[in-house]
Design a protein around this ligand. Structure first.
Ligand SMILES: [Zn+2]
Ligand SMILES: [Zn+2]
Length: 148
């Protein structure tokens, strides 16, 4: 995979580049990700904070709260495509961003390293024996690190 990964929103107004390799990749089956994606789960790639640059257009964001944290959720103001979110606490931003991996131009390398909130998964979602599955939200250090 390339060290600079371009991506963008559905309408093409917003383009971005993210540098480096993800820290972790995961599928989240929580009800919030189902709502956000309009689908059965969300797909994320965590990168270090500051590794994403918007190269065209601009993002807007809204804030939601949950689990004692805030989430700034960034999206294209024209088509509404979510690009990423950044978590923060009263101590400041957490040192990572959660990119919606489906917005990357090249998704051929992507595979979720684990599944979280599996207890909330749609009943037809079947996990295989090789999948790393967490019933709820694991600590970041419990999640597999990304490897190609
Ligand atoms: Zn757009
Ligand atoms: Zn979720």
């Amino acid at each position: 995979m390339d060290s600079v990964l371009p991506g963008g929103c559905q309408c093409g107004e917003v383009r971005y580049e993210v540098r480096g390799k993800p820290l972790r990749t995961y599928a989240c089956h929580c009800s919030i990700c189902q709502k956000q994606s309009g689908s059965a789960f969300g797909l994320s790639a965590q990168f270090p904070g500051g590794s994403l640059d918007v190269t065209r257009g601009r993002l807007e964001h809204f804030v939601r709260e949950g689990n004692g944290r805030g989430f700034r959720c960034y999206f294209c103001p024209i088509c509404g495509t979510r690009i990423y979110h950044q978590m923060f606490t009263e101590k400041g931003d957490l040192p990572r961003i959660n990119l919606k991996s489906g917005t990357l131009d090249d998704r051929s390398w992507y595979k979720p390293g684990c599944h979280v909130w599996a207890e909330n998964a749609q009943p037809w979602v079947k996990f295989s024996d090789e999948d790393v599955v967490f019933a709820q939200q694991p600590k970041p250090e419990e999640m597999p690190v990304f490897h190609e």
